[in-house]
Design a protein around this ligand. Sequence first.
Ligand SMILES: C[S@@+](CC[C@H](N)C(=O)[O-])C[C@H]1O[C@@H](n2cnc3c(N)ncnc32)[C@H](O)[C@@H]1O
Length: 416
Amino acid sequence: MSTVAREQLRQRADYTHKFNANTGRHGWLRLTPAYSVKIVEEIISRYEDPMRVLDPFCGTATTALSAAYHGHGCVTTEINPFLVWLGQAKTAQYSDALIASTRRACVRVVESVKCKAVEPMKAPPIHNIERWWPEETLEFLCALRSGIEVESKEGSPERALLLIAFCRTLIELSNAAFNHQSMSFKDNGQLHFPLDMDMGYVFSEDVRFVLDGAGENPEGSGQVIYGDSRNLSETVDGVFDLVITSPPYANRMSYIRELRPYMYWLGFLDNGRDAGELDWIAIGGTWGVATSKLTDWERPTKSFEHPLLDRTLKGIRHHDNKNGRILANYVAKYFDDMWKHFNSLISVLNDNSEIHYIIGNSTFYGVLLSVEKLYVVMLERLGFEDIDCRAIRKRNSKKELFEFDVSARWTGGRWR
Ligand SMILES: C[S@@+](CC[C@H](N)C(=O)[O-])C[C@H]1O[C@@H](n2cnc3c(N)ncnc32)[C@H](O)[C@@H]1O
């Protein structure tokens, strides 16, 4: 695409996570790096026959759910246990009886919190928790979380649905500006909700929203698997006809940082060190301990190399750039990981399968990192055919940042 045509592209909020908010189960919980279900729908509606779809980077299970609604079978892998849990709940089948029993459980939970009939759980060890919730709200959340434990069975679908509603409530009642945890905090005294508001009502409304989505069961199936997309042959069974995914971007966005309130409250995390360790095993993670590990990271001898990548790394590493060395390591590791991923992908692709990678470029110290071009090079090296790279939207006000659909066909490459 020419530069002029690219510049005419709009930011398109409908191509971002914002579109998902009122789209049934897709809107249950927000994750900023989630892509819009609209992107997936536009790709998937080109295919009529039922297919085996793969999403190696599940996130909030947008692909799996959309594929299942279109009658396909989708397998998706994810390295964050909280997202595996969420994806499994989002793609599950819920009967009318189950939805009715969850509604009754919600009434019991709200009642028991109101009458102080449950012993509140201890607040989770979130750093500076008082910045997130005023004391009274925190007490309410601790009681609500306990009420859910008491009124639903461990591991039951009722509990999963109530906990998803709980996650919505805890963000709605928080001080996080714009009502989202990736944003900065509001100043004291500027609470989103007045302190006298009925917090039980907020939760009941969240349960209602979640149950509306639960009533919309997909025709096809979605299987969400805990696993590493750098090692797909060990993680998934069989071969796939279509891959639709958005891998982590090389932009230092930490999924753990954004998900930490949910993960602490639901018991997926209980200290900062583990949060950093989880970020380190994810591709593109740099939070907490992950940052210091990058300092010592050495590029393996058999890593992906290309003059465009070398030039970019050199620009980032430049001595004028304060953290240039560590950020160059970050980018080099990102491509090492993605190269491992693409190498493992070809072992699980059917002949004539198609892949779509939705990915954005980045900049570091004004040096443009053309991630999409380097994806094209990796796919060419592996023997993919009909490789195409189409800009689909402008990312933000920075004129050089775009999102692309990098697509290709696999016919067995030079390996068969
Ligand atoms: C851009 S997000 C995917 C968003 C997703 N398309 C959605 O709509 O929610 C990338 C995801 O890849 C996951 N991830 C990172 N490294 C991974 C790995 N090695 N194996 C599997 N998943 C990984 C991250 O935890 C994150 O959830």
